[in-house]
Design a protein around this ligand. Structure first.
Ligand SMILES: Nc1nc2c(ncn2[C@@H]2O[C@H](COP(=O)(O)OP(=O)(O)OP(=O)(O)O)[C@@H](O)[C@H]2O)c(=O)[nH]1
Length: 441
């Protein structure tokens, strides 16, 4: 048996023992230094330890060193170092000042693994929380980007989502430090890198940009849910190949399960919100959303003292279309009407379907009363042309009633019933015409 005296116990320790002078220059480091920091002891002797500390932790570290030299024992100081291979090492230090030798003696314990586990756990919670808190998908993606950027380099980051209806990949979120343009939607037909990730649910790490072959990493991770792959997260490094490691790949894969379920939940919520606000047949706002918009528009008009017009539109003898040509043709006609009404107003105006063959148009910022009648005449003119449906061409005429704010009402239901009454007058007078509500009625 070897005698213990012949063993260099310090070099057998798994923690690294370091001795530095008052300026922080390494005078001695034990063998474990290489395992933890990546440098051979000979490479660092004479160098200042602070140069190897993560820039964000340097000030704290210098303050701790002064404290130790003032005679205080340091039993649990944590900071980060940049290893020789560029990776970050998390270190927990115990240290003391040896006044006689005028040196600091410190022992480094590597807690990188534990820190990773902790930050991953925190990231998973943060992602799940973001799914609840985010206003919309866009802000959820931005938050996910921020969270992922906390543990891997994510300067160039995009989210690709698979649209199963047309089998395309779309890029709803895209950040690129070199201002590379947001990728246009791509068809998922070939055998490119996106296919590999989205079709086969495989993580792909290429040391060349997988899209254009430019130097730099391309790391694509599938957003896998129980129902299939929703899309992918893609991280890129321009001009810096091998920036991403196998470990980064694993970390991302791990959090991507949580990201996928957050995205899925948020998508579901958006779908439900849309269902609650939009008419499914025409994709126009429904009564509920319309009333919300009308309320907001009235508040604006009141504040800015502008006019606002409401056009109530009901199709003439629409029932006959259903009765003679069938409900499906009636549906197509309603879709055509919705499209035509949208074409008669500005994008900022609201066209909504209240139900059945009743539509409303909300025109904001009209400067004169005539503005509403101009829009109404435009609609009558637009309806003069037949509607080309799948199997036939049909004529359909509208009856229109107009009510104005502030002339005919101050609040939404009042204004709406005036426009409705005016529409009824149009209908009574034979239809295919515009009537304006009478003042004081
Ligand atoms: N195809 C189709 N028809 C609908 C839909 N919703 C309501 N309708 C029908 O639309 C018709 C609307 O009725 P009315 O406005 O009284 O009928 P009209 O023939 O236009 O009568 P006037 O307005 O007096 O000219 C009814 O026959 C409803 O069944 C729908 O989503 N699709």
């Amino acid at each position: 048996m070897h005698s213990l005296a012949s063993i260099n116990i310090v070099d057998l320790l798994l923690d690294a023992v370091c001795i530095v002078d008052p300026e922080g220059r390494y005078l001695y480091v034990s063998q474990a230094y290489e395992r933890i920091f990546g440098y051979d002891p000979q490479e660092v002797l004479g160098r200042r330890m602070i140069e190897l500390v993560h820039p964000d932790d340097r000030e704290r570290t210098l303050a701790a060193a002064r404290n130790i030299m003032a005679g205080h024992l340091q039993l649990h100081f944590e900071n980060r170092y940049i290893r020789k291979d560029g990776q970050v090492a998390h270190i927990r230090w115990t240290a003391r000042w040896l006044p006689e030798q005028q040196v600091r003696l410190a022992v480094a314990h590597d807690i990188t693994e534990r820190k990773h586990t902790e930050s991953l756990q925190a990231a998973l919670y943060a992602i799940s929380e973001a799914a609840q808190a985010a206003e919309d998908l866009e802000s959820l993606f931005a938050r996910i980007h921020q969270i992922i950027g906390g543990f891997v380099s994510a300067e160039n980051f995009c989210v690709a989502l698979h649209d199963p209806h047309n089998d395309r990949l779309e890029f709803p979120y895209h950040v690129d430090k070199r201002d590379a343009p947001r990728p246009a939607p791509i068809a998922l037909s070939g055998s490119g890198p996106y296919e590999e990730v989205v079709r086969h649910g495989r993580t792909l790490l290429c040391t060349q940009n997988a899209e254009d072959g430019a130097p730099g990493d391309w790391l694509g991770v599938p957003l896998q849910t129980q129902g299939g792959v929703l899309g992918a997260l893609v991280l890129r490094s321009h001009g810096l190949p091998s920036q991403y490691t196998e470990r980064d790949k694993e970390l991302l894969q791990y959090v991507c399960t949580q990201v996928a379920s957050a995205v899925e939940r948020r998508q579901m919520r958006e779908r439900l919100e849309r269902l609650a606000q939009y008419d499914q047949l025409t994709q126009l706002p429904n009564r509920q959303l319309f009333l919300d918009r009308l309320r907001a528009a009235l508040a604006r008009a009141r504040r800015e003292q502008t006019l606002l017009s409401l056009l109530f539109i009901d199709l003439d003898r629409f029932k006959e279309v259903n009765d003679t040509l069938g409900h499906a043709t009636g549906d197509q006609l309603l879709q055509g009407v919705a499209q035509r009404l949208r074409g008669c107003v500005r994008a900022s105006d609201t066209v909504a379907r209240l139900g059945g063959d009743e539509f409303v148009v909300l025109v904001e910022n009209g400067r004169t009363r005539d503005h509403a009648t101009t829009v109404a005449s435009k609609i009558l003119d637009a309806f003069a042309l037949p509607f080309d449906l799948q199997e036939r061409s049909l004529h359909m005429r509208p009856s229109i009633g107009v009510a104005l704010y502030p002339e005919h009402g101050q609040e939404e239901h009042h204004l709406l019933s005036h426009a409705d009454a005016a529409m009824y007058q149009s209908k009574k007078n034979g239809g295919n015409r515009v009537m304006t509500a009478s003042t004081g009625s």
